[in-house]
Write a protein that binds this ligand. Sequence first.
Ligand SMILES: [Zn+2]
Length: 449
Amino acid sequence: MMNIFNTQMKTANNFRLKALVAAIAITSSFSSFAELISSKQVIKDITYLAGDNLKGRASFSPEIEKAADYIAKRFADIGLKPLASNENSSFLQSFTVHQIKPQALAVSLNENNISSENLAIASTMKKLSWQQGNAQTHVIAKDDDMRATLSKLNQSGGQHLVIINTAHAKLFKGYQGYFKRGLTKLSLEHRGAIVMVLSDEANIEKYNVSASAEITQQSLTNVVGVLPGVESPEEVVLYSSHYDHLGTTPDGKQIYNGADDDASGTTAVLNLAQYYQEKGRNKRTLMFSAFTAEEIGGFGSKYFSQQLNPDDVIAMINIEMIGKPSKFGAGTVWMTGMERSNLGALLNEKLVALNTEIYQDPYPEQGLFYRSDNATLARLGVPAHSFSSTQLDKDQHYHQVSDNIASLDLTSMHKVIESLATATQSLVDGEVTPTRVDKEKVRAQGKIY
Ligand SMILES: [Zn+2]
């Protein structure tokens, strides 16, 4: 699940917990009655994906490729087929993104040079040089909503010079740190820039702005496998997760294992694929996708969504952070954006027999519908939701190095995967078709950052 920075900026809480290093007897915690899905395999998958060897599965790292290979091998062993549209008939769906790293930035306002510590830039342009009239100017006054103003400029695109009152200094620093790392874009079709100046100057008579950036291309890879439908192969039920995470601390000494985020969801995707393959005769086509680059802006799902007709996707079951019991109890799961389609209600019909249900997202204020890969397909009208059990309001391991296997409750996780297998059976059988998400009601992505 991506940081709120990717949707609306917020100062991150920094809980620093020491990683628990414990040899735990995981297997003994599983109950012994008949399993739909092998707990042994579940443990094997998550142990590999969240292992130190993969060094936190950072996008662009060599280790994330090892994770991709593991997932691809599992898909092959299970007996899935590669996506027909994938040129090299492999489970690996590779693509290129542009990385834009800011280089120089100089600004003068009313003939005064501004010190670099009071400057920030988000830009998809290699070079820019503005004098009077080249950019739209905006002043964010003391009582204005800085976050909302920037978000609006980001949505509209174009070239903007924004003077931000020093009352917003703390938030400004947050944005500055975030943008310093550079931007990643799937395409550079929207060239634009927002240059931010922290200053109490409210009258901009003259300005001079020059900036440059280095733009490089890098490769990323989704892993996608298919179980073709025997009756309605053109109708797709998509199970997904993201397999990337945050890598290591800058000194390389500590690893963000991302056991919950989202090795847990990826383990679910692998084992649901195995479950449905073993069951056989799925009427609709089942697609299983492990997305890359979710944590840095959802580029994997974005590229994926352009490789198929979204109208064919009947539902997207995106699985995010299911490794710990939800506030509704061990083994329970909730979904984001439940009110946007009737998918939740349809799935719950199957769960009555198990005496459980899929709950509504208990943290609407966190904007979680927009903080995972489902949002990309929802923008295209797909009933696309994330299924999770995280207690995000108090999860001390979220985006910390302590998000490791020892912090999970694997019995609860296993139960969630089994519930999802049962809940989605009527989708697989083509018995139910959820209503589409209203695209008009899904907030657009920013054009610049
Ligand atoms: Zn995350």
